[in-house]
Write a protein that binds this ligand. Sequence first.
Ligand code: FAD
Length: 330
Amino acid sequence: MNQPWRIVGQGLAGTCLGLEFLTRGIPFRIVDSGKGGSTRVAAGLINPLTGKNFHPSWLIEDFHPYAVEYFEKLGERFGVKFWHAMPVMRLAETEKEWEKISSKLETPEVSRWLDSERDAQTPDGFVGHLILRGGGWLDTRRFLDVTRAYFHEQGVLDIGDEKLGIADPSRILCEGARGLMQDQLGSHRCAKGEILTVRAQWSEEFIKIGSGGWLIPIGQGLFRVGSTYEWNQLDEVPTDAGLARINEIAKKLGGGDFQVVEHVAGIRPILRRSQPLIGKSAAGNWMFNGLGSKGSLYAPKMAAMLADWMIDGVVANADFVFQSSNEIPS
Ligand SMILES: Cc1cc2nc3c(=O)[nH]c(=O)nc-3n(C[C@H](O)[C@H](O)[C@H](O)COP(=O)(O)OP(=O)(O)OC[C@H]3O[C@@H](n4cnc5c(N)ncnc54)[C@H](O)[C@@H]3O)c2cc1C
């Protein structure tokens, strides 16, 4: 490559890749529309055992330690706390849900995340709870703002919309949902989500997960609560229905009174297997997308893998990659 690489999009994907290039001394520019994106809205939660099925996240043993160390070290470097480690209280609302969770506790991939030394009372309205280690949240807005200022300082940042008419092999598309919704990688499952920030006098000891949602104490009496999933109306507009649903979650997980201070919406960039992808499209652009609902967990190591591939020719693992439109995963 004679000309510098051009990263399109400064969300989690483009930022981690840009930082990787800076560390390796690879010439590049990064362009962002400045119109926001999923990272600016996200809660940044990392929860090792997710969903109704209480499953470990995909390849968590590799990606979790990498991501936590990455954000901690980056925070030290910039003198800013990006990563907030915090125990997770996983709550079950029904006996059936509690049985399902309990049936998995002996399996090694689940038991390694249980914190049996810490305990608490099961809150009213729930039949059981567990405390998990390894959880926490990434301050995604701060991460974007600080790194944006750093890219600016390094003289590599452009603000504006990149016109993508002609394929360009020096371009790496990190456009998030905006790219996927143009079917760049075939069919997608992008999902709109809404989040509230609320002020309340609740305990700030645990991230709480249950009732189909989560509640994250972010300090100074503020909590983020979410979230909704909506596949048909893919826009970034907060709705009354979203507000009502998250108010319900907040009441169940938080308890008493609260005051809404912010209501935001964004679109999660999700591909069909809900796994991130890196590679080169048939059109000739490199791509990094599909971070789904777990960008904080997957972005740092995926960025390093993509840089290894682009610069050193090392393709890490066939699960993550495509090389042409013929190989777009279904
Ligand atoms: C409601 C909600 C809650 C979430 N909660 C969590 C969570 O708790 N934990 C977690 O890990 N993840 C969460 N996520 C997911 C997380 O936000 C994503 O996985 C991640 O931020 C995606 O990063 P990205 O860089 O791929 O996309 P984005 O952050 O969307 O970044 C893409 C950027 O590219 C820019 N862009 C696009 N096209 C162009 C162009 N042509 N020219 C210039 N710029 C362009 C956009 O403006 C944007 O800035 C959540 C998402 C939502 C919506």
